[in-house]
Design a protein around this ligand. Structure first.
Ligand code: KG4
Ligand code: ZN
Length: 337
């Protein structure tokens, strides 16, 4: 406790960001330190798991110390240690989990393992008094789910991707366009300089009345378009391809999200995960919602991986009566739904 506030230390190392956060009473961010490893991975065009684990190991202590000093709290003030224990890269997860277990043991405070995807959803609760129920579109590098969050810890999956995740599609197309890694933010940026109506890429509808997604057909269509033009020696305007591809992804995501809201009669839609940072997706959802529906999304820096969202989700799980012990393990394919 510090000044009567319940203090959670959050730790996130599931992919290529080493992050530690101090969050008061579940929602107030006192610090949220995010050390990105992008410079170490970009020359390989994607995350190299072995490098990710080593870099987490090198930086975890300094990142936590920085989070403590920025929040002006000490280890003794911490009431709960929350850590991502899956899904993610196993070696990377193990660094965070081992560190969190050691801290919880040393300061004799409770430990809670957090599902990374639940963390993304909880980014919506930080710094405000938002509450369920709502429809949540979870779009990250590895997940694309349409979820009805009925209450804390209570989810109903209404749709999911049958193949690639939305973020994965962004990353693959960015690579094919020679934009580099990570692809989502680069496509988002370059698409603003293009015309999204130049190429009509397919928007997959799985079946009438189905809320599932599929992005592999779209991905193939973009790759075929690029190959075809390369073979013919036709110049291709990268900005237009990026914008047209982004439009197709966003259209599929938005259509199904509004359909889901209609089905469960929800007046509120929230976005979660790295792709929730996409400016075109945020704009389209807001425009279509107008004054009829409420659309929420975390600030851009809380959409991508960070430890504040893990602290927030961990706090609510702990308040529901859950906790972990020192046998807590990491799981690459941990399921939430
Ligand atoms: O949630 P996240 O940080 O990590 C995972 O849990 O996967 O999501 C990373 C994904 C990457 O695929 C990245 O390209 C995508 O989110 N992303 C974006 C944007 N920012 C990040 N995709 C589209 N537009 C963006 N602005
Ligand atoms: Zn993530």
């Amino acid at each position: 406790m510090k000044d009567g506030q319940f203090i959670t230390l959050g730790i996130e190392t599931s992919c290529d960001e080493t992050s530690a956060a101090i969050v008061a009473d579940g929602r107030k961010i006192l610090s949220n330190i995010i050390l990105s490893q992008t410079e170490w991975h970009e020359k390989f065009g994607g995350v190299v798991p072995e490098i990710a684990s080593r870099k987490h190991l090198e930086s975890i202590c300094a990142v936590v110390e920085k989070a403590l000093s920025k929040a002006k709290v000490s280890f003794e003030d911490i009431d709960l240690v929350a850590v991502t224990h899956g899904p993610g890269l196993i070696g990377a997860l193990l660094v965070g989990v081992s560190y969190a277990k050691a801290v919880a043991y040393a300061i004799k405070k409770p430990l809670i393992g957090v599902n990374h995807i639940e963390g993304h959803i909880y980014a919506n609760f930080l710094e405000n008094d938002f509450e369920p129920p709502f429809i949540c579109l979870v779009v990250s590098g590895g997940h694309t789910h349409l979820v009805y969050m009925e209450d804390h810890g209570k989810y109903k999956v209404l749709g999911r991707t049958l193949d690639d995740a939305a973020g994965e599609a962004f990353d693959k197309i960015a690579r094919a366009l020679g934009l580099g890694y990570p692809g989502g933010p680069l496509i988002d940026k370059i698409a603003r300089m293009g015309d999204e109506n130049t190429i009509a890429f397919p928007v997959a509808r799985i079946k009438e009345n189905d809320l599932d997604f599929s992005f592999s057909g779209l991905k193939s269509a973009v790759l075929n378009f690029l190959n075809h033009n390369k073979q013919k020696g036709n110049p291709v305007k990268v900005e237009d391809v990026a914008a047209s591809f982004q439009k197709a992804v966003v259209t599929a995501l938005v259509e199904n999200t509004f359909e889901a809201a209609k089905r469960v009669n929800s007046q509120v839609i929230a976005l979660a995960g790295g792709v929730a940072a996409n400016s075109r997706l945020r704009k389209e959802l807001q425009e279509r919602a107008g004054n009829n529906l409420e659309v929420r999304f975390p600030p851009v820096q809380l959409c991508t991986d960070n430890a504040a969202m893990i602290a927030c989700a961990g706090y609510y799980r702990y308040k529901q009566g859950f906790s972990s012990d020192l046998s807590l393990d990491a799981y690459a394919n941990l399921k939430l739904f």
